[in-house]
Design a protein around this ligand. Sequence first.
Ligand code: NI
Length: 226
Amino acid sequence: MMVRVPSVLSADEVARCREALARAEWVDGKVTAGEQSAGAKKNLQIAEGSPLARELGDLILGRLGRNELFTSAALPLKVYPPLFNRYDPGMNFGTHIDNSIRFAPSTPVRFRTDISATLFLTAPEDYDGGELVVEDTYGTHQAKLPAGDMVLYPATSRHFVRPVTRGSRVSSFFWIQSMVRDEGQRTLLFDIDISIQGLRRTVGESAEVVRLTGVYHNLIRRWAET
Ligand code: NI
């Protein structure tokens, strides 16, 4: 399942990030890539664990902490400290799959990457190309979202970023270890949660809604690791 999470950051917060990133030192993006993806990756990044990455990353984590759509779709156990990348004209990231296990910068904390996230920080009209393309058995799905919006997609998927041909594409990217490891189970829970919220709005707190809410929580009890 791919989910768009709109307005994770406000326009002001996006501007603040972009200003800080414009003054930052960018390094070759291969530093965080695995062996296969290093060959496919042509972009720039802010050094992982740098004070700026931490400061902006904390802002994003704070916003995600109170974002109901994100919580419902990802059921996050741990969110990897956000990283930042930039694609200038001629840069792209060929087809790859994200590493399954990652260590948080300078810590022994391991993350299993269940969900990949890209938070767009450049308005789509300010660059050409740069679409994130996710492949699944049905074909391909692409994302190029307004600045401040985020896309979540299964980290199990092959994906790539099309070459940028004009302007620069700046974004934040990171991974989520979900309480519910299985993508199919997460999708079911998300569907149930969306349905319950809709029913609450249309029919109110009926006995059936209460029962369905119970089913939702009891499935989480069955499937979640905490
Ligand atoms: Ni990737």
